[in-house]
Design a protein around this ligand. Structure first.
Ligand code: GLA
Length: 396
């Protein structure tokens, strides 16, 4: 679905539901993380890019305290009052909308009622941040309707808070941050401690390469419980390493790999593995960005491959199908690197593939994978897009 047809589909649906053109239309993209996985909630570094898969919301204020929202994807309407926002007992999809509005109120923003139509083409449960795109789109919408003057970083923080406190997933800041602040043709190197970031031009097409995302067809399972378990193992690592080093570490960001290795034998095995992944992954992000800036794509690809090994063996968040897909991808000629992307336990892989090898990748890797695993898969050759924005709006 292209951006335009999607915007026009949502606008048409709005006219059908509410008998007038929407006054506001906003979009917010999903993302693919190129390197730096499970580092964001450890105050580390990540390197995601916003992709041309997005959430679109069309809306018009209705002058009441009611929200009336129609989901084009589910063909369902959710209706609730702003003075009493709880979870929906009927429509799970509506909880992201409700969560954002409730979080804005918690932060003392006054939001008005509106009629809305929502639709998205970020695959769900695939590790491409469909929920972050949704949350960021709604914060962006309210920001525009009520002229709240919320800046990009705060849009991301509000969206993350909605996910953490209302939806109940203890995610880090990466997904919402890139959805809010992404820039075309770049990836953002984000320091998840300070929230400083640098937009690094990818210039992949000039360099003859594409970002190829492949959906393993394994819908992410166990993600909430295992994700939260990894977070506590990392926190346990920080506590134990603080004792061992005699320094107060705030996060795994505060220890280098060499110093960590001197204490590794005193840590419980699983905790040691989790810490090793995070500490080494932070270094890989820095090295990968440096390689990209020197146009050393070969090195960038090697670091992606190393990241996968670390996620598979130390952090243990991959699964056999994704490992299989990564292995087949890495073996294909013209592929510089491939790894799992996102939280893991299924979902997508990301690979950097030479433009003239994308076709053969599609024709060779996909059927081989499907034959070996019995899964059905999809590939997306993605463009790197801008973050959330107003597409149509009423000017003051
Ligand atoms: C999910 C979370 C992110 C991040 C990744 C793993 O996408 O929402 O905050 O932790 O997993 O890198």
């Amino acid at each position: 679905m292209s951006n335009n047809s999607s915007v026009s589909a949502v606008t048409d649906a709005f006219i059908k539901q509410f008998h007038a053109k929407p006054e506001f239309v906003v979009r917010a993209p999903g993302r693919v993380n190129l390197i730096g996985e499970h580092t964001d909630y450890n105050e580390g570094f990540v390197f995601p890019t916003a992709i041309d898969r997005e959430m679109i919301v069309a809306a018009t204020p209705n002058g009441t305290d009611e929200i009336v929202a129609y989901s084009l994807d589910y063909s369902e309407t959710d209706r609730f009052n702003l003075n009493n926002i709880g979870k929906s007992d009927k429509h799970q999809w509506a909880d992201y909308l409700r969560g954002v509005l409730s979080t804005l109120q918690k932060r003392k923003f006054v939001v008005s009622g509106f009629n809305a139509v929502l639709a998205g083409n970020v695959p769900q449960g695939a590790g491409l941040s469909s929920s972050a795109a949704y949350e960021v789109a709604v914060v962006t919408l309210c920001n525009e309707i009520d002229k709240l003057s919320i800046g990009g970083k705060d849009i991301a923080l509000i969206a993350q808070q909605a996910e953490n406190e209302f939806v109940g997933m203890q995610c880090g800041i990466m997904d919402q941050f890139i959805s809010a602040l992404g820039q075309e043709e770049t990836a953002l190197m984000i320091d998840c401690r300070s929230l400083d970031y640098r937009a690094v031009p990818l210039k992949l097409s000039d360099r003859g390469y594409s970002i190829v995302i492949t959906n393993s067809g394994v819908r992410r399972g166990l993600v909430d419980s295992e994700y939260n378990a990894r977070r506590s193992e990392c926190a346990e690592g920080v506590k134990l390493l603080s004792k061992m080093t005699g320094r107060k570490l705030n996060s795994l960001r505060d220890i280098e790999i060499d110093e960590f290795e001197t204490h590794v034998n005193q840590l419980p095995k699983k905790v040691a593995q989790r810490c090793r992944h995070v500490i080494s992954e932070n270094k890989r992000v820095i090295d990968a960005v440096c390689a990209l800036e020197k146009s050393d794509l070969q090195r960038f690809g090697e670091l992606m491959n190393q990241s996968h090994v670390s996620l598979r063996d130390d952090f243990e968040v991959s699964c056999p199908e994704v490992d299989q897909l990564v292995e087949l991808s890495q073996k294909h000629s013209g592929v510089l690197g491939a790894r799992m992307t996102g939280a893991g336990f299924g979902g997508c892989t990301v690979a950097i593939v030479a433009n003239d090898a994308v076709d053969s990748f599609r024709k060779a890797v996909i059927p081989q994978y499907e034959k070996q695993t019995g899964r059905t898969t999809e590939i997306y050759v993605c463009a790197s897009t801008a973050g959330a924005q107003l597409i149509t709006g009423v000017t003051a």
